[in-house]
Design a protein around this ligand. Structure first.
Ligand SMILES: [Zn+2]
Length: 168
């Protein structure tokens, strides 16, 4: 495993690069992905993106409600129904032990190359995600663009959260 980069580490603001079309044949990418999964498990996170361990490539791991883990490579999404914006409590491995309330779509149409914990050959999927998985997907996609969940908070809540973070 690798140490998780913690805010305000400037690397967290980098925009991650697309993975090449046959990334699953390239050992160096598989190694980065395995490393990220081990780190997520050790930290008991529900999701982790490559950039959080300093690997600026467009992939992340996510957990669903059943505890199944999935790799998403070169992901993108659109909201499947804009009326389903919800406020959800969210944390982030890069913000240890603080939580904030952010707006997330409850249903999204996600496109990504899906693989599993053994990193078998991925399938390009186009699927509707709901609930926790949809929220994690949105959170992790933001990481790949150098955005962080605190960017979505009301300014007063952001200030409070950053104070807690400095005090911890
Ligand atoms: Zn995060």
């Amino acid at each position: 495993m690798s140490p998780v980069l913690v805010y305000p580490n400037p690397t967290l603001r980098e925009v991650s690069k697309e993975l090449p079309s046959s990334w699953w044949y390239i050992k160096s990418y598989l190694k980065k992905m395995k490393d990220a999964l081990e780190t997520m498990r050790a930290m008991r996170g529900a999701g982790i993106s490559g950039i959080q361990i300093g690997e600026a490539y467009r992939f992340f791991w996510m957990l669903d409600e059943q505890g199944n883990v999935e790799l998403a490579a070169n992901p993108s999404f659109v909201p499947s129904d804009k009326s389903l914006l919800r406020y959800v409590r969210e944390g982030c491995l890069s913000f240890p032990s603080v939580w904030g309330t952010v707006k997330r779509y409850n249903n999204i149409l996600a496109t990504y190359e899906r693989s599993d914990s053994s990193l078998s050959k991925p399938k390009l999927v186009d699927v509707e995600l709901t609930g926790l998985k949809a929220h994690v997907f949105q959170h992790e996609c933001e990481h790949l663009d150098g955005k962080l969940f605190i960017d979505n908070l009301f300014p007063s809540e952001r200030e409070k959260l950053l104070r807690q973070l400095r005090a911890s």
